[in-house]
Design a protein. Structure first.
Length: 194
């Protein structure tokens, strides 16, 4: 089983994440921020992972809580992926949700990069500050070791746009993390992922 955990305790937050890649989308997520829980649940469900996230703020600063939870989820992914032998590595998903259409394209080759283009968003979406959305996606890319491109292709409702982004990321992770039986080793002409 490909499992990862991350315990992160600082003066700002207390975060606990447990992740299993080969699962069925079951999740238990509590960050105290309903919209963030909702987005993590969408990601986990469509990635078909098992995800436990318990995140508590110790300094009552929302930015720290969300940032640290994203770091912990990304690190748990990196640990679960291990040496990344035989993973399919790439995926591109274009995902509709009513008016919204979002493309997520990624490479889990281990070189972190993020380009997040979600267009104009209101200051807050439900109880989540909008600037945190790109921050979460970028942090995930840096800590999990993927090159991540997310583009809003259409969308009027900001809730739909960001929800579609996390669903697309989940579907793309599921594809990229699948083991490809057509080769034995690393999916790279270099013979390694670096
Ligand atoms: Mn929703």
């Amino acid at each position: 089983m490909r499992n990862g955990t991350c315990e992160r305790r600082t003066t700002e937050t207390s975060i606990s994440v447990a992740l299993s890649l080969d699962a069925n989308g079951e999740r238990q997520i509590d960050t105290g921020i309903a919209m963030f829980d909702h987005l993590l649940a969408q990601w986990a469900f469509y990635a078909r992972v098992a995800l436990v996230v318990n995140a508590r703020s110790l300094d009552r600063i929302e930015h720290h809580l969300i940032e640290d939870a994203a770091i912990a989820v990304g690190r748990a992914c990196a640990q679960a992926l291990g040496d990344r032998r035989t993973i399919a590595r790439f995926s591109t998903i274009v995902l509709p949700m009513d008016d919204a259409l979002v493309r997520c394209s990624l490479d889990f080759g281990g070189r972190p990069y993020a380009r997040i283009e979600l267009g104009p968003l209101p200051e807050r979406i439900e109880d989540l500050a909008a600037p945190m959305i790109a921050h979460v996606l970028t942090t995930f890319a840096m800590e999990s070791g993927c090159a991540l491109h997310v583009d809003r292709l259409a969308g009027a409702d900001p809730h739909h746009v960001i929800e579609a982004a996390f669903k697309a990321l989940g579907r793309a992770c599921r594809e990229a993390w699948q083991l490809d039986a057509s080769f034995d080793g690393y999916l790279s002409t270099k013979g390694m992922l670096a």
